[in-house]
Design a protein around this ligand. Structure first.
Ligand code: 5AD
Ligand code: FES
Length: 346
């Protein structure tokens, strides 16, 4: 079958076999990439029209107990200046965010157990009571099922936990032995069961990724049926074991965004900051490839530089309001527009 026929089959049947995915990834031409983008965009338009949703990202702690080989805030990186935002600082970010038109706040952090379940739940309750029209998304890594239940009861709406790779061997090459893909997948299934709108995802071009491991990612995503999928290029960080590894490619990232849109038609799909970091028009290109979400930074400028998962991250010096304006203009150039809306999955 030709690559174009495979793309059509993905649209019609909602999935492909592992071999077909591998063929798609290895034989695609630039015409195929353009074909997939145009199809992906028309599907996104069917579900979401010209609307682009924005999420205010609050990076509230860069302490992390994990030591993932790719990540700049891994616990072994002693060069990182660690910080934690107080509850008051986080609430201030949300106030500013609501003024700027955000109706979703994403609380993201390293796996920092000094924030107990009760502390997170209390934070969620306070945000929801101050901003009842807003959704709260958590992205705090792996916790116990009882913790996730506690967050959900407190009013959290969504949870982001990228699976990173759905291939067991690949997972072991990206993480130290104490982490496991089995546990990661278990957490994702629990989040879905509890009722969170759930996001998984992976890096494009992470070290040791192959067409076969990527095919596993697509199959896993299709099986999990997440509401959100976060993907962006791997970008090496100078103070990690992967400092000398090559980064992921723009064309690949855009192609996979399109394929994810074609496969999981109604999903919320962000054009990520990592994409904007490897190309000055990365976010715009992401939208034109099928993305419908942007997640600009709402963290206080004073801490932005300290949340460096990878080198060269964009927008670390800009006030939230500047970012919001800049994004508005960028989105307009694509023929789409930002809406003031929680942006739930349809
Ligand atoms: N390059 C790109 N993405 C990264 N992440 C972590 N480190 C890097 C890197 N070096 C991604 C991971 C994580 C998300 C918060 O950021 O996929 O889940
Ligand atoms: Fe942050 Fe442009 S989006 S400055």
């Amino acid at each position: 079958m030709s690559v174009k026929a495979l793309i059509d089959k993905l649209q019609e049947q909602g999935c492909l076999t592992k071999q077909e995915f591998v063929q798609l990834f290895t034989q695609k031409t630039s015409e195929d990439i353009a074909y997939a983008a145009q199809l992906a965009r028309s599907i996104a338009d069917q579900y979401y029209g010209k609307n682009i949703f924005v999420r205010g990202l609050i990076e509230f702690t860069n302490y992390c107990k994990n030591d993932c080989y790719y990540c700049g805030i891994r616990r072994s990186n002693s060069k990182v200046e660690r910080y934690r935002l107080t509850k008051e600082e986080i609430l201030q970010c949300c106030d500013e965010g609501e003024r700027l038109g955000f109706r979703t706040f994403v609380l993201q952090g390293g796996e920092d157990m000094t924030y107990t379940d009760e502390a997170i739940a209390e934070l969620v309750r306070e945000i929801k009571s101050a901003h009842p029209a807003c959704a709260v998304t958590l992205s705090l890594g792996e916790r116990e099922r009882s913790s996730y239940e506690c967050f959900f009861e407190a009013g959290a709406d969504r949870y982001l936990l990228r699976h990173e790779t759905a291939d067991e061997e690949h997972y072991q090459k990206l993480h130290p032995a104490e982490m496991s893909l089995t546990h990661r997948k278990e957490c994702l299934r629990q989040l879905k069961e509890i009722g969170f709108q759930t996001g998984c995802g992976f890096m494009v071009g992470s070290p040791y990724q192959t067409p076969e491991t990527l095919a596993e990612d697509f199959l896993f995503i299709h099986e999990l049926q997440p509401e959100m999928i976060g993907i962006g290029p791997f970008i090496p960080h100078q103070d990690t074991p992967f400092a000398k590894e090559p980064g992921g490619l723009l064309e690949d990232s855009l192609f996979y965004l399109s394929l994810l849109r074609i496969m999981e038609k109604h999903i919320l799909l962000p054009a990520t900051t990592a994409l904007a970091t490897i190309d000055p028009k990365g976010r715009e290109k992401g939208i034109l490839a099928g993305a419908n979400v942007l997640m600009p930074n709402l963290s206080p400028v004073a801490v932005r530089e300290k949340y460096q998962l990878y080198d060269g991250k964009v927008c670390t010096g800009d006030e939230a309001a500047q970012c919001r304006n800049c994004l508005e203009h960028r989105v307009e150039t694509t023929g789409y527009h930002i809406v003031v809306d929680r942006g739930d999955c349809v």
